[in-house]
Structures are given as structure tokens and as C-alpha cells.
Design a protein around this ligand. Sequence first.
Ligand SMILES: [Zn+2]
Length: 373
Amino acid sequence: MNRERVINNFIEMVKIYSPSLNEKEYSEYLVKYLEKLGLEVYLDLGYKNYGGNAPTIFAKLKGNISGLGVTLAAHMDVVEPCSNINPIIDGDFIKTDETTTLGGDDKGGIAAILEVLESLIETTEKYEDIYVLLTPCEENGMLGAKNIDWSKVPNHMVPAKDVVVIDNSGRAGLIAHTAPSKYDFKITFKGKKAHAGIEPEKGINAIALAGISISNMNIGRIDNLTTSNLGTIHSEFPSNVVADLCVVTGEVRGHSLDSILETLNSYENACKISIDKLGGEYFFEKTCIFPTLKPTDNLVFAKEFAKVYESMGISTELQVIGGGSDSNIFAEKGYNSIIIGVGMESVHTVNEKLDTRELFKTIDVLKKYIIKI
Ligand SMILES: [Zn+2]
């Protein structure tokens, strides 16, 4: 590995402004880089569906032996504030001047991928096809991954099913393999307006409908696989008007789809109870924000990868995480992802930093894994 090249690439990349929905310049930089290395590139234009401006980049480094290959994935967008990032090298760390995020999330992952490609091209070792998948808009509801038009991806560019996503916070050796699904719900209660002082009995109070419904909902920890929360409750009327509209939003997340749907059903039943009591109407909307991430191979891939870390003296931790990422979206298409740590710390804050020792270890482990398969 050329450590100087890794650091230079990382510093150059974080200086390119690439917030969610506006990764165009950075994606062009990456396409140029990958093509210069001789990779074949395919661009998915899913951003046209959601008002972004950068494609999902599919790239392929042809291997010199046959096999299923492996996919390396990361995301291109960075959480704001991320304009005019001024990276500072401080010993083993790269940090910011504390006015912006660093973008180590996930340009640390991309720096690792680029160096793995560089060193594979320079090596005489044997390796299978390497697929690269770089998405825009991961931080904004995984819009990039969600909007990939898989039907248009040329057959020979369809990535290998085993995916290493280099986007876990924390040290090298952390391997996340399971993450929950999340559903958002929105309940609109409709009552009936009336003068609150003159004829309140002619009205149906939507705020009261919401209140009764919520009091009959089990909120918080549902079971060991499922949690729920209320996010907002909104209604605003003068106090002399019986409110005829109240909107409640919340989420249910968990590792079992059955349990999530059961919970949502119980919430809808709670709404029915309040309507039976006071009248009025309710509209219950549920939206899957992301599906679950689960290993498709009983952890064989994750454990194989863990072995490579351990052969390098790096302790591993197989993790079940609480949030969603691109991997959840890929999982719906049958992809088997692990999300590995690359040394990013305090992500999504102006104190974000990257531990370059962990970045170098990540590059080494990826190379070892790839050369081994
Ligand atoms: Zn990330």
C-alpha cells in the first residue's frame, strides 16, 4: 500500500463539496479516477427520480481468475456542514478545524476502496472480479440506493452478491451484519368543527381522538426485537374552536417484520376504539423506510472476513446495529452485506475525525481477503 497516496487522495476528496443531493462534482472526480485505473464504469441515473444530481457508480475491475468476486461499497454524500472543509493532519488522525464535518463518513471508505484497486492493479497476485458500488444520498433516506434501476444494469456489471460496505463508524475489526427495518406511520384524525363555548356537543374534537388513541397504544420497547416512538403531534386551533384536525407521526423499528406489522395493527385498532367512542374519522398511513438487513448465508461471509482480521492480529466484533443504511436496501435485492469499520469517529459532527491507522488496517484486510478468495 502507498500510504502517502491514501492520505493525499483522502485530503483531496474531502475538499470536494458533496452534500446529499449535490454529489455531482465528486461523482465526476470518482468516475475519472476509476476510468483512469482502467475499470469499466456504468452510471445509474436514479437521481432523476428524487432531485439529486449524481449517479450511483457501478465499476468493475476484471479479475485474473474466475469466481463470483466481491463487491466493495461506500457512499459519496457527506452530512452538512461540509463546505470548505479544512482537513488537519494531527499525528495519526485527520480532523477538521471544527467548523465542518470531515466527510470521513464515508470518504474514508472510498479512500480505502481506491487504494485496494490501485494495489490490486500493481500486484501480480491472483484475484477475482472486483465490483465497486458508490451511491449518492445515503445520508438522506438512502435515496441513491433506493432509486437504482436494477433492470438497466448491464448483466456483466451486476455486482457480486457478497458486499463489503466500508461505512461503519469505529475501528477496523467491527463487522455489522444485521440491522432492523423501520416503518414510519402518520395518523390523520378528522373531527368536526363547532363553537367551543356555544355548542361544543355539535363538534368532534380531533385532539381528543388522538389523545384517546395514543393512551391505548403501547409505545417504546415492544419486545426484544421491536421498538416504537411518537415523533410529532400537530393541531393548532383557537381555543374557542373544537379542533377538527390532528396529525400524529411516529416510527416502529425492529428485526421482525411480523412484529412491526402487528404493532402497527395494534395502533390502528387503538384509533378505531377512539372513533367508536367519539365519532369522526382516522386515516392510518404506514411507509417502509428501509427493510431489514440480515445475512443470507448464516454468517459464513462475515465469519470468513473476521478470520482475515484475526490472522492480522485484529480483534473482531460481529455487530447487530440499530440504524438503517444502503445495506438494508441492497438486502432487498438479495445482497449479503457486511459493514466494516474504517476508523471514523464522532461522525455527523464538527468533531469528526479519522484514525488513519484504522484506515490502513482496513485496506490491508480488504486486500488480504480479496487475494485469498
Ligand atoms: Zn456513512
